[in-house]
Design a protein around this ligand. Structure first.
Ligand code: NAD
Ligand code: TYD
Length: 357
């Protein structure tokens, strides 16, 4: 964190001074807020967040007393609220989204509402108040399934294949339309699979870590051969800050860690090794419908702005496992109630075998 903050101090002076951070109580948004507020000369930050199942004010405890921080509970789809807050700011960074592919397969509705309509609502507010910048936090999943050895570049077409990635691609298209039509200075980042502290334990890394810590099953979809580029959360947050400060309006920027992507079995084995458990905990379950087999990014454009991820997977996972070991107080309450219901709905046995959930 210290090293990242030192890097960030170079760019913090280039940022707009009053940021509206939508979705700032979630995993990556809260890391972005903590990172900026730890830097000297930090901008004023208003977090707007609905506090869905994935939002958590505990993610912001570290900064709640900071004089440049304020929190507003609300929905980005609320046009009036978005307008009111945009009037008091000069830039929006939009992290707010329904963000989990598996939930989008079970219930797409909230994804269309928040990710598409909600982004429109914020764009409209930014346009009306002549904002200096609008940064849309998007995802490498908009490229869809990418065949090896290709690395996606920003000019590649969007071929989303899940309700989640389709809603994110729709939001991006609105952003580019606002740039072309109204001249709104829009930036889009396409980050890869992100992991680290404070991640709701439904995505692969925190799910597998918390399962392993409790001696429970690690549910690997299908053969566990689908690969992803895994990026440590502080590196992702720093990349977003750099694009916000230095990006060219109307452009998209890939943010990927850059090492060869890793498959699900490799992630599972890494977790088990770090937690000190055996491979008998790995349980193959029915594959995700429409499962994209591979995402991989070329991030040369963001590198040219001065972005370099600091942590490789081994070091990032070391830090992450250490955090989940220390912060049972954060994740144990989450892994009951709503989470258990989702888990029961989502995981199905592989060819009739039990999932052990
Ligand atoms: P998250 O699910 O942890 O956080 C999303 C936040 O948005 C939560 O705090 C939630 O309460 C809030 N939110 C949801 N609907 C809202 C609404 N209608 N109004 C206001 N707030 C609302 O997600 P994350 O993993 O931190 O992802 C943040 C962004 O980054 C998302 O846009 C996601 O698509 C993108 N992204 C995520 C990853 C990843 O691996 N997690 C990778 C690339 C891009
Ligand atoms: P996930 O963390 O859900 O991110 P995304 O679907 O956005 O890439 O999944 C990452 C990879 O891990 C993906 O190939 C699906 C796989 N996976 C499992 O094998 N088991 C699981 O329980 C989960 C959540 C994911």
């Amino acid at each position: 964190m210290e090293a990242l903050t030192a890097d960030l101090s170079d760019v913090v002076g280039e940022l707009p001074r009053r940021l509206l951070v939508a979705g700032g109580a979630g995993f990556i948004g809260s890391a972005f807020v903590r990172l900026l507020l730890a830097a000297e000369g930090a901008p004023q930050i208003t977090v707007l967040d609905k506090l869905t199942y994935a939002g958590n004010l505990r993610n912001l405890e570290e900064v709640e007393a900071h004089p440049s921080f304020r929190f507003v509970k609300g929905d980005i789809c609320d046009l009036e609220l978005a307008d009111k807050l945009a009037r008091e700011c000069d830039c929006i960074v939009n992290f707010a989204a329904e963000s989990h592919v598996d939930r989008s397969i079970l219930d797409p509705d909230a994804f269309i509402r928040t990710d598409v309509y909600g982004t429109y609502s914020l764009l409209e507010a930014a346009r009306r108040h002549h904002h200096q910048r609008f940064l849309q936090v998007s995802t490498d999943e908009v490229y869809g399934d990418v065949e090896a050895p290709h690395l996606s570049v920003e000019s590649d077409p969007a071929r989303p294949r899940s309700p989640y990635s389709a809603s994110k691609a729709g939001a991006e298209l609105q952003c580019f339309a606002y740039h072309a039509t109204y001249g709104l200075p829009v930036l889009v980042t396409r980050g890869s699979n992100t992991y680290g502290p404070f991640q709701y334990p439904e995505k692969i890394v925190p799910l597998f870590i918390t399962q392993a810590l409790d001696g429970g099953p690690l549910p690997v979809y299908g053969d566990g051969g689908a690969v992803r580029d895994y990026l440590y959360v502080d590196d992702h947050a720093l990349g977003i800050a750099l694009v916000l400060a230095r990006g060219t309006a109307g452009s998209a920027y890939n943010l990927g860690q850059g090492d060869p992507p890793l498959d699900g079995m490799t992630v599972a084995r890494s977790v088990l090794q770090l937690v000190g458990r055996g491979e008998e905990l790995i349980q193959h379950v029915a594959d995700r419908p429409g499962h994209d087999r591979r995402y991989a990014l070329d991030s040369a454009q963001a590198r040219a702005l001065g972005w370099l991820p600091l942590l490789d997977f081994e070091r990032g996972m070391g830090r992450t496992v250490d955090w989940y070991q220390r912060r049972r107080d954060w994740w144990e309450p989450i892994k009951s109630g709503e989470f258990l219901e989702f888990y029961r709905r989502n995981y199905r046995p592989l060819e009739g075998a039990g999932t052990g959930s």
